[in-house]
Ligand binder design. Structure first.
Ligand code: SAH
Length: 240
């Protein structure tokens, strides 16, 4: 896979198996095959492209989106607040486009991440994204997580689905003591309903506002993503 940046900093994630056509001309697949990260390549009309190797974030940004996926800012919070790292045992649901699963699978590698999805059409989109990013440590289960979680001794369960409170009892059985249940919900009503049943968990709910600055005019950009979702972090505690 190649990551090309054009003169206007538009980016393209391409396999490089066929000639690549865009408004700046045609980039030859044959010529691209001989390039390495950091090289420059020219289209047949003389426009230049930077050749880079895609990193894990490039695959997330360029992934095909089905249902609304978790944003990078929220993924950042999830990893910071749970400490998820190599070896963590994680179950994720619902898979959706696979963005959360792909992000976390990179962190837990070489451990395998399991993700549950009920819809075949979304599972297909996620499988396409996972395969394009050459990720081999995700197991996608076409199962309803409201029916239960098969895995045990989990460090982390991530939820992005309409009724997260229906997973709390399953999470209590599947998590290690001290393990995290993290739920991402667009509506605070969903978060409240979840929090009301988190009796054996330490819990925190927060949202992340991220404002980009225009460093030419040296002021914040006038448009920002005002709302994505609320994150509830719940840590399983042991009670006598
Ligand atoms: N976190 C995903 C987006 C999830 S969208 C991403 O980052 O790409 C919510 C998904 O949950 C949808 O695909 C929906 O089909 C799935 N879903 C809803 N209820 C579910 C359930 N009970 N079990 C498994 N998946 C479920």
């Amino acid at each position: 896979m190649f990551f090309l940046l054009d003169e206007k900093k538009n980016s393209y994630l391409i396999k490089g198996e066929q000639d690549f056509h865009c408004k700046y001309g045609v980039v030859s697949a044959k010529e691209l095959a001989g390039k390495k990260p950091g090289d420059i390549i020219k289209s047949h009309t003389g426009h230049t492209f930077n050749v880079l190797k895609p990193d894990s974030t490039d695959y997330l940004r360029k992934a095909r989106k089905g249902p609304q996926s978790v944003t990078l800012k929220d993924l950042g919070l999830i990893s910071a607040y749970t400490g998820v790292c190599s070896g963590y045992r994680v179950v994720d649901a619902g898979t959706g486009s696979g963005i959360m699963a792909m992000y976390l699978s990179n962190l837990v590698y070489p451990e395998r991440l399991v993700t549950y999805e009920i819809r075949d059409d979304f599972a297909k989109i996620a499988e396409g994204n996972i395969s394009k990013a050459q990720i081999d440590n995700i197991e996608l289960k076409k199962c309803d997580i409201y029916d239960g979680i098969e895995e045990r001794d989990l460090d982390l369960i991530t939820l992005d689905l309409p009724e997260p409170w229906r997973v709390v009892e399953h999470a209590r059985c599947a998590l290690k003591p001290g393990g995290f249940l993290v739920s991402y919900s667009p509506s605070i009503e969903q978060s409240k309903k979840l929090c009301d049943v988190l009796d054996v968990f330490h819990q925190t709910t927060l949202e992340c506002l991220s404002r980009e600055w225009d460093m030419r005019t040296v002021r914040p950009k006038s448009r920002m993503l005002g709302h994505s979702g609320f994150l509830t972090f719940a840590r399983l505690i042991v009670v006598d």
